[in-house]
Design a protein around this ligand. Sequence first.
Ligand code: HEM
Length: 368
Amino acid sequence: VATVTRYDDNEAVIRDLAQYSSIKSLGSRVDAVMATLDAERRAILREELDFFGLYLPGVDPPDHTRVRGLAHKAFTPHRIADMEPTIRRMVDELLDRAEATESVDLMEALCFTLPVLVIGSLLGAHPDDTADLRRWSEAEANFSQSIANVDQIAASRREFRGYIRRLIAERRHARHTDLLAALLDAEEDGQRLKSIELEAMFAILLFAGHETTTNLIGHAVRALLLHRAQWELLLRDRSVVSNAVEEALRWDTSSQMIHRVASVTTELRGVTIPAGYSVRLVLGAANRDPERYPDPDRFDVTRTDLRHLGFGIGPHYCLGQALARLEVRVALEALLERHPDLALAGEPRYRDNMQLRGLETLPVRLRG
Ligand code: HEM
């Protein structure tokens, strides 16, 4: 594996679709796991990996261009902006519940629940299904960490793909105006998403938009409470909140790394990368590159020129970035308004995951 840490090198590799492929190469990892399985389980794993291969971040052009183009038709800025009052209501309801006690774990009370409620509502899921959506999302995260747990992922996928098919069938029979209905309607040059692509799109929107946003809300609150003067600054001037969201993502990057595979033998900073080699792009390091940012380790919500790689860049640029930015801004605005004295009430604990950096617990005191 080649590891890339500089900002400019990360950007160059991510933009270079001709030399670097996004198709996930699990190579020797798959062979090693396959060798431990019986024939029936090998077939199941193959099928689950094929479905995984349809998730947009792991698709190359021309399929990527076609599917992404269709997704854009449904995932419009207008549709996202319209979500603001709904998101605010969801945050208020979660905080109303949390307020019964003086100290809470903000991860549990707000950060884990809000993104799955939001994406669930956007996709047309019923609020009662949130626990299922969260469970399926966890199985997916486990699978991306370790593909050995074949039975768990197969059972989870059976359930949630059945669930998606039911939602799709409902939309084929009655008029809906949600994102899923729009995805069904989306058409370009006479092409629509194939059924299986639609299922994979639903899945990736659910999974990609869930844990990463959870982590960013947690990181933003932790960073602001550790740097009290900056929390105070936001209390005085809400126009800085959007910039604080960007700085939180730069300073404590939720997707610490993404991966590519060299399609041809190539060179980077004088180092040869043979064809077929995996390339690990450490976005968290790029976002603190001293060649790119002055004093990169300082958390500063008033930073200018805050372009960062937290959402990637180029053709695979995060499809849900506008939604994620909106959710985190609304959550921070609600906390500032309702709990100006918010303070850390213990040591936050990080989860043991190198790729998806996120807090497990964030104990806070809501009142001064
Ligand atoms: C703070 C929250 C989020 C972070 C840090 C984040 C991060 C990223 C990154 C780094 C990529 C680029 C992957 C690559 O180039 O290989 C990406 C792609 C993607 N994200 Fe996000 N994301 C977030 C929220 C969301 C949300 C809310 C959604 C959906 C509702 C979403 C859906 C996607 C999808 C579908 C892609 C693949 C796009 C493509 O390959 O064309 N993300 N995200």
